[in-house]
Design a protein around this ligand. Sequence first.
Ligand SMILES: [Mg+2]
Length: 434
Amino acid sequence: MNVLVLESSKLYQKIFSDLFVSLGHFPRIVDNSKDGLKIFRHEDIGMICVAMNLVDTTGLEFTKKIRKKRNGQHATIVLMISEQNETIMKESMECGVTEICNKTNAEELSHKITYMMNRQIDKESKNIRNSQIIYIEDDKYIYKMTLAMLAEMGVNATHFTSAEEALDYYIKTDQHHDLIVTDIIVDGSMTGLGLTIAIRELNNQKSDIPILAITGFDDTARRIELFRAGINDYIIKPFVEEELTARVTNLISNSRMVHQIRIQQKKLYELAMTDHLTKCNNRHALNQLAPKYFAEAVRHKKPLGLLIIDLDFFKKVNDEYGHAKGDDVLQEIGQLLIETSRTEDLVARFGGEEFLILLPHCNGGQVKKKAQILRQKIELLKPAGLELTASIGATVLSAGLKMDFFELFKVADQAVYQSKEEGRNRVTYLPVES
Ligand SMILES: [Mg+2]
């Protein structure tokens, strides 16, 4: 779900950002209503947190404008206030605010936002209008009637009379689908049961789609067979509109909830593995991923390069220009390292001003060359307008040798130390002693 925050204070912007990120969402944050309305127009915003006082208007005026928009009825709007009084409460309800929250009370803030957010996700998942389903039925009378019922629910159905055609379409399409509704005996040689088995065996994201079977038989053995094949629910012909609506809604909203949770998990995972400042992998990610690089190199007898990049006199940047400037420098360096690396390289920040790059399939010569290029690029970068250089230590695990991360790291670390000793802004390459 997309979240929009309107807040003029930098402090509260940070508090809201941290709060939403901890819940697995990355909010859009602005300090004025003009930008807020623009974002609302172009993005599908489910929740808005708006402060009472904005740069160009009040939170109440902004709320009124949102509620007047065609798509502004469904969003949850939380008004953030710093002191409560009855006039504000009454006025805000009249403007269309969903809930008021005292932003100075951290506990109330976190509790209310979590609650309102879950409520909005729940509401969105139960709204099945515009969802996409695939429907397979060969009986003309039944499919005409059922398609009319589905249209009434606001669901978009793609209809087939044979399971083969439906399966072929489903495998090839880029369109996301929320549900498959299938009759059992249909045109062609594949049954609804065969279709279910084929989809469950797809072995990708598409194999998880909920399947509702429509059957003319109501005997226990047949039902068990259907569930074994992997259907999620069934409905017996002839059925009434209410039953179809209830079952379709249930299956779609459950699967959307699971989908939401997966997205949230993925975001939280990325968050846990990334250094926020530099966007490089963090130490935790390095510990998790480095052993895989070594296992791969040893198993396939491929070389694996390692660079340690240590910024020269970085402490002086912080001392002379302040930590904000120091952060800008690190951010730019991180970006440079990511941009100059291949997708298969592992770029990590593992200390204050220390970075590390693992270079699969690179031999000694290639590693030395890469290190020299990086050293030059850093010297030319002038991050945050400052002259800055780096000392680099390079080494390589030669093809066919067996070593773990810590052993190779020691060699590269020794090489960095030598670069520093010999006057900085240089590359030292040390071979592994076997
Ligand atoms: Mg049939």
